[in-house]
Design a protein around this ligand. Structure first.
Ligand code: CTP
Length: 468
């Protein structure tokens, strides 16, 4: 394991621990990632004794530590140096959860500490002690699990998960991020313990959820959360998407699996977390709007409106930000059918202009979502729809080049209108302004000042106003 101990910090910690006659080990994520060849700039040190005393000794020896913090209540310390983070903690007999609300608990040996970690692959330790410097301590065959790409709890799964139910989400997150399988017993343990997730704060759950969404293939995590019923604990709206109904021989598609396909399609094209959230939410109101008529078959009329309204309450409950990110997701949900609608009949320039105006800066993301929304099993259909959307893209480019409505600024402001007629701010100003915007979007006039002045004068005349 010596090859993983290249960073100078390991020698510093070794010498500091020797001076204090403490045993010390590198544990957790750093060891796992070192063996997996994944970059990791967080190093956790466990000492059999006081983590704070060791950190103080280390800090003394480090010239350029930018930040040193001691958390007496929790018996932990944190040192930041350049862009590296070093955590120090005394070995514990109790669960090792990183939940800052839990105070330090009874001291233990390195074996006790490893017992209480979440997965065998996270319970690996490397000794920094003179007697066996660099030796790997692997009591649960974590290396074998790394090789077999398996997530397994060191103790009985129910115990490990009861100690900290967030670990069930971590299991799914690691499985998704690392492309690992959750061992059969561990998976059973999650199914048996899923409802205990309710004692975990939504912020911590959502942190894990966002990591799942940010993975290369987020559907893996959602399917696991669905199968184990973890998803049922905090996202019932997604559960309601699942299922297929049949009437008069007509079936609608399973909107849960469709949504996951759209999410994976978006993940292939973009790393933007919020565009991925838009994919998750785009059909969220289908269950609310579902209907069947003999004439039309299955319909979900208005699901884009209802869905866009639901975004806020779901974001609030999931403790996602209620800021422009939320408004962006809501807007994409509202508009997600519009590009497809433009492929249907003969499309007027004004319809294209309106879409550019409504989507604004987000038009490219909207088109991406639209393309990703095509999930038919029929390859020919997919090809045809995609070709149609590429055509729409071309139309959008043409219209945008000509009319520049993406960041639409009316060619005359309310202020200009007031001056032109020498009137006070009034209802008429609003009427004229709106008519001007409509005229540009409809293509009645072009988006320039000369045509705007003529239009405004004409409109003013209709309202009994004359030029000052
Ligand atoms: N740990 C645990 N149970 C938790 C959280 C953490 O047992 N609920 C232990 C694991 O041994 C883990 C270590 O604490 O490896 C460090 O946790 P953390 O920094 O949260 O995660 P990492 O495993 O380093 O992974 P990542 O950085 O990807 O979150």
């Amino acid at each position: 394991m010596l090859k993983h101990l290249g960073h100078p910090i390991f020698n510093v910690v070794k010498e500091a621990a020797e001076d204090l006659s403490l045993e010390v080990f590198v544990v957790g994520g750093f060891v796992r990632d070192a063996i997996l060849n994944r970059p990791c700039k967080d190093i956790d040190f466990v000492t059999v004794g006081s983590g704070i005393a060791l950190a103080k000794e280390v800090a003394k020896r480090l010239k350029n530590a930018t930040e040193v913090n001691y958390f007496k209540h929790f018996g932990t310390a944190h040192i930041r140096q350049n862009d590296w983070d070093f955590e120090f903690v005394g070995a514990r007999k109790e669960s090792y959860t990183h939940d800052s609300r839990k105070p330090a608990v009874e001291e233990g040996s390195i074996q006790d500490d490893q017992n209480r970690r979440d997965f065998t692959i996270n319970a690996l330790a490397i000794s920094l002690n003179a007697s066996n410097y660099g030796a790997l301590i692997d009591p649960f065959e974590g290396v074998k699990d790394l090789e077999n790409k398996t997530l397994r709890t060191p103790l009985a799964p129910e115990q490990t998960f009861s100690d900290d139910p967030l670990r069930m989400m971590r299991a799914v997150r690691f499985a998704t991020q690392l492309n690992f399988t959750i061992d059969g017993d561990t998976l059973k343990g999650i199914k048996a313990t899923a409802s205990r997730l309710d004692i975990i704060s939504q912020e911590r759950i959502t942190d894990e959820l966002n990591k799942i969404i940010a993975a290369d293939k987020p559907s893996v995590g959602f399917k696991l959360m669905f199968d184990t019923k973890l998803l049922h604990q905090f996202f019932p709206e997604m559960i309601a998407l699942q299922g297929v109904e049949e009437r008069n021989g007509l079936k609608h598609k399973d909107n849960f699996y469709h949504t996951l396909q759209v999410l994976d399609n978006v993940a292939d094209k973009s790393n933007d977390l919020w565009l991925r959230w838009a994919a998750i939410m785009h059909d969220i109101a289908k269950p609310d709007t579902k209907d069947f008529t003999d004439k039309e078959g299955w319909t979900f009329h208005g699901h884009e409106f209802v869905g866009s309204k639901k975004v806020k309450s779901i974001f609030r409950r999931l403790k996602l930000p209620l800021n422009d990110k939320m408004r962006y997701v809501s807007k994409l949900v509202l508009l997600h059918l519009r590009p497809i609608a433009l492929t249907k009949e003969i499309v007027t320039d004004s319809a294209v202009r309106r879409l550019i105006f409504d989507a604004g800066e987000d038009i490219d993301d909207l088109l991406c979502l639209s393309k990703c929304d095509i999930t038919s099993k029929n390859e020919r259909k997919v090809k045809r729809f995609l070709a149609n959307l590429v055509e729409v893209e071309g139309k959008i480019r043409d219209v945008e080049e000509r009319d520049r409505v993406r960041n639409f600024q009316p060619p005359m402001s309310g202020e200009d209108i007031i001056k032109l007629f020498n009137i006070r701010p009034s209802r008429e100003v609003g009427i004229i302004k709106n008519a001007l915007k409509e005229a540009v979007l409809e293509g009645e006039i072009r988006n320039n000042r000369d045509e705007a002045i003529n239009f405004v004068l004409k409109k003013g005349k209709e309202l009994g106003l004359s030029k000052a």
